[in-house]
Ligand binder design. Structure first.
Ligand SMILES: Nc1ncnc2c1ncn2[C@@H]1O[C@H](COP(=O)(O)OP(=O)(O)OP(=O)(O)O)[C@@H](O)[C@H]1O
Length: 190
């Protein structure tokens, strides 16, 4: 099945404030989109709506394919070594360990709670790869990463899209994506 992610005429309201409205997008196999915008414009809210975690104020979402979400929450057991924590998900996802690909092969025996900021982000990427989902929703995927880590993320997205996946990444930082498509959320501010 070819993945697809579409949004039609979306509006988002948080509390009393309408953040954006009239937003439509369509992504298919191989597509990548960088959602840009300043702090508070609604990037995380858009990602949560697209993931099905937040109800839009108006509009509709269509998704074909499983979604993997990376945000600031690291869905790993903090109390166990990294290899064990990721192994739990790998068994569920029936996937192979991915620590090598994200540069964490030497840290498999370190408890998750001891990881540095950038290492935690890399661990989130390992979890993303293990999920083997065709639709990637990445909220600030470059935060906390050094230059090599940033290139790693760009390379993973490029490989994912070349393999027929799709990716929407929200970031206030520049990020090199295949085709370099961007959507400036400010243009839809209510
Ligand atoms: N549960 C909530 N109730 C009310 N307002 C909220 C809620 N969650 C977020 N907001 C507000 O919605 C606005 C957009 O938040 P969001 O996290 O989507 O922005 P963002 O573009 O991702 O910002 P950043 O770049 O700082 O991460 C902010 O003003 C925030 O305070």
């Amino acid at each position: 099945m070819q993945p697809r992610l579409a949004a039609t005429n979306l509006a988002c309201r948080r509390g009393d404030r309408l953040l954006f409205r009239g937003l439509s997008l369509e992504l298919g196999a191989g597509d990548a989109l960088h959602v840009t915008g300043a702090n508070g414009v609604g990037k995380s809210s858009l990602i949560r709506i697209l993931a099905g975690l937040l109800r839009p104020f108006a509009g509709a979402i269509a998704r074909e394919g499983r979604v993997a979400l990376v945000d600031e929450r690291l869905a790993l057991d903090e109390t166990v070594p990294l290899g064990t924590a990721l192994g739990f998900w790998s068994r569920l996802d029936r996937s192979l360990p991915t620590l090598d690909r994200v540069g964490l092969a030497d840290l498999a025996d370190v408890p998750v709670r001891f990881l540095s900021t950038g290492q935690r982000k890399r661990a989130a990427l390992a979890r993303l790869l293990a999920a083997q989902a065709p639709i990637w929703l990445l909220d600030e995927p470059l935060n906390g990463l050094d230059d090599e880590g940033k290139r790693l993320v760009e390379g993973l997205i490029s490989d994912h899209c070349a393999d027929g996946g799709l990716c929407l990444a929200a970031s206030h930082q520049p990020i090199a994506l295949p085709d370099g498509k961007t959507l400036a959320l400010r243009a839809f501010a209510a």
